[in-house]
Structure formats: structure tokens, C-alpha cells
Design a protein around this ligand. Sequence first.
Ligand SMILES: Nc1ncnc2c1ncn2[C@@H]1O[C@H](COP(=O)(O)OP(=O)(O)OP(=O)(O)O)[C@@H](O)[C@H]1O
Ligand SMILES: [Mg+2]
Length: 260
Amino acid sequence: MALLDVEGLRVTFGGLHAVDGLSTSVREGSIKGIIGPNGAGKTTLFNAIAGIQRLSQGMITLEGRRIETLKPFQRAKLGLARTFQNLQIFPELSLIENVMIGCHPKAQASGFIASMLGTPRTREEERRIEATAYAKLALLGMADRAMSLAGNLSFGESKLLEIARALAADPKVLMLDEPIAGVPASEQAPIARMIRQVNAQGVTVVLVEHNMRMVMGLCDEILVLRSGRFLAEGTPAEISSNPEVIGAYLGQPLEETVDA
Ligand SMILES: Nc1ncnc2c1ncn2[C@@H]1O[C@H](COP(=O)(O)OP(=O)(O)OP(=O)(O)O)[C@@H](O)[C@H]1O
Ligand SMILES: [Mg+2]
């Protein structure tokens, strides 16, 4: 059974169908790539799945449960996490604070009164959240810099930090919108490694990226969109040799790709 399933999804802006009757599914444990030209609807699809963009039609199912009417935080609680195409980190907060923002407090211990009073339960909760955030930073090899300001990070490190924050809630599905866009080539490999590692630990990944080397190297399956519509779906080998995809997006057949 698919972990995440989208059926007949449509998102309309004025007269424009940014996503137009799209159906696809994401297998548990896989890395699924979504590619397509600028304006194809990739980010809009993410927004619709995450619940920050209203659908005009369609169904979204997570683990067999319909989620398209749920609020974004409810979907997050069920296991969806995402990063944004434009970097969203807080430069004046420390690395650990940036990651802690992504941690879910356990409902019973997070009451307003309890946190005002600083009861043992909330302190314990804070320690739990901090430990989770440290663990995510350690995954990046950044635990030793937990207290330094995020503003001091390079762009590539900032993108990694953003992924760590998305992981802080221990999601089932991690949706990454262009994780290496604008990242210098020398800083791309750690991000690809991180994605692979996170996936190896059981997190299903949905990856939007224009860097074909990364997409072809990392993904098990790729969906190609054009003008909000399904153009093709298949393995990296199938997609990189599909004449329609080459015509609409890739331009020319890809060379052998290097493992990310
Ligand atoms: N909030 C909005 N209001 C109106 N139109 C929008 C809005 N968001 C996106 N669009 C339009 O919807 C279409 C799909 O945009 P989207 O950002 O999803 O594309 P994309 O595939 O992510 O492109 P890119 O590769 O450039 O990030 C585009 O034509 C875009 O101009
Ligand atoms: Mg986009």
C-alpha cells in the first residue's frame, strides 16, 4: 500500500490550474523525485499536501487515512514534514533553537499554565525536546556547534539545518523543495548524503529538485509534471530515456549519472 496517495488533485489560482487532475502515490521507504519545468506545479503540489494550499478537487491519503480536510498542524502530527524552496531559518537563533522549533511538545505537558510555572513536567519536556534536537544536529555532524548562531552558517549548512528541523518531529514523510538550489557544488554532497541516511533510517522522502544528477542518483521513482499535469512516472533510467520528458524538460538525454 502506498504511504501517501494523491488522487485527482486540482489547485486553481484564478483561471489557472496550477495542479490539474494529478494522481500519484509514494511507496513507504522510497525516495520519490518530482521534476518538471519552472511553474509546473511542484511547489503547489507540496503546499496542497502539507495543507497550506486549498484544493479545488481531489483526495490526499496518508497511511490510508484521508487528510485533505485536515489543518497543516494535524497533518504534521500524522507524520508529514517539509522544507521550503526559500530558506527558512532564523539567523539570530542558535542551531539548537532552530531545530527545537520543529519539535512537537507532547500535548499533556505543554499547557500554558504549566509552562508559565516551569513545573518539573515542563522542564522534563524541554529536556526531551532539547535531546531530540541535539540528536538531529548530531546526524548532520553539527552537534558541537549547537550553541552558535545559525546566521554564521554557510548556505549549504543552512539548508541542512532546515532539513534537521523538519526531521525534529520524526516525520514519516519528509518533503524537500529544492534542497540544493543555490548551494555551491562543494556543499551539495553532504545534503545528498543526509537525505540518503535519513531514508535508510526509514523516513520516506519526496524530493523536488532541478539538479538532475541529484534526482537521478537518489530517487527510486520520479514523477514528471508539465503545466500541472502528469507527464510521466518511472525509474530514473526510464525517465532519463523517455523522449517526451527529454522534449519537455531534460532537453537532451542524460549521461550516466553519478551516485549522489
Ligand atoms: N499563490 C499563487 N497565486 C497565483 N498563482 C500562483 C501561486 N502560486 C503559484 N502560482 C502559479 O502556479 C503555477 C505553478 O507554480 P509552482 O510554484 O507550483 O511551480 P514549480 O513547479 O514549483 O516551479 P519552480 O520550479 O519554479 O519552483 C505557476 O504558474 C505559478 O505562477
Ligand atoms: Mg517550486
